[in-house]
Design a protein around this ligand. Structure first.
Ligand code: NAD
Length: 296
């Protein structure tokens, strides 16, 4: 439904975890009146006393929001929160933009958008990267799928959350682009891990070799950012877990299957991520995959 949205002042965030909490605080810093909802007491406690109004029910939160930001773990949960009997659609009365920043299944995203066509809700998908640090700093990179006019109206909210944003198509395209990005990131982590093992095995100094790679065409986001920030210093504290990356790669596998493309490299990378499960726990940092060597 095409509709005009009044000046945005009140923004709600649903899902106040590693990412959602930072987004709520960035929105508040930018001058919005921010409310939040999360069934987890620990998540609510982290935000207590920080100026975000915490609601006990979705109904109260939905009644007053002009924009609702979702930062949720899976598409099943997103569908329930949006379309469920006690979900957003059951309570919303005023025109509201729904910005889904979760990494989610694009098929589900399009299904939700279709279900909302005759409602006052308009869905935009804007999955993010940069981790909790960028969520707190309002410097995330966002890949947007949605109507251009709606995105233009959303721009004050996007300004508060992002350092960089790219519209990649209609609703669902943001989630597809994010899955392809994370598939490449998963492949780059494996590839860079192998290069570093070769360097060490050949008696070379990994830190020095990395400097050389980053001056050359073999570099990637992984060699330029992940290695110096979380891997070489053994910190492994990016805030992005193996569990979430495994979810993204499962969704990427679905996307590959639907595309019909022949992708042997991607398939091998997905297989390695899958066989790493007994060796690397879901709660571990996703960068741990660089040290994974399959037992032969
Ligand atoms: P998280 O597990 O820290 O937070 C998710 C929050 O959602 C939790 O606090 C949980 O209690 C809450 N939640 C679960 N069910 C809910 C419901 N029904 N209603 C309201 N809240 C509910 O996860 P995260 O790391 O913040 O990631 C959130 C999303 O962002 C995921 O889709 C993830 O893939 C994506 N993402 C994460 C990162 C990262 O670095 N952590 C980076 C980019 C994208």
């Amino acid at each position: 439904m095409n509709q005009a949205f009044p000046d945005i002042q009140r923004v709600a965030v649903i899902g106040l975890g590693n990412m959602g909490a930072g987004m709520a605080l960035s929105l508040q810093r930018a001058g919005f009146s921010v409310s939040g909802f999360d069934p987890s007491q620990a998540a609510r406690e982290r935000l207590a006393g920080k100026g975000v109004t915490l609601f006990d029910s979705l109904a109260e939160l939905v009644a007053q929001a002009q924009v609702i930001v979702l930062s949720l773990p899976t598409s099943d949960i997103i569908e329930r929160v949006v379309l469920g009997e006690e979900g957003i659609v059951a309570h919303v009365r005023q025109p509201t933009i729904l910005l889904d920043t979760s990494t989610a299944d694009p098929t589900s995203t399009r299904r939700i958008a279709e279900a909302l066509v005759n409602s006052v809700l308009t869905l935009v998908d804007g999955p993010v990267s940069g981790g909790p640090k960028a969520a707190h700093g309002g410097t995330m990179t966002m890949l947007l799928g949605g109507d251009e006019a709606v995105l233009a109206q959303l721009s004050p909210v996007l300004d508060a959350l992002t350092g960089k944003r790219v519209r990649v198509g209609e609703v669902g395209a943001g989630h597809s682009a994010k899955l392809l990005n994370n598939l490449l990131c998963g492949m780059h982590l494996l590839a860079a891990g192998e290069a570093m093992r070769i360097a060490r095995g050949a008696g070379l100094e990994p830190e020095e070799i990395l400097k050389g790679i980053n001056a050359g065409s073999g570099r990637s986001g992984v060699t330029e950012v992940n290695y110096p920030t979380w891997i070489l210093n053994d910190a492994f504290d990016s805030g992005f877990t193996m569990k979430l990356m495994r979810k993204d790669l499962r969704l990427a596998a679905d996307l590959i299957a639907r595309s019909g493309a022949g992708v042997p490299l991607a398939e091998e990378a997905l297989r390695l991520w899958q066989t790493s499960s007994p060796a690397i726990a879901d709660a571990d940092d996703f960068n741990c995959i660089v040290n994974y060597e399959e037992q032969r």
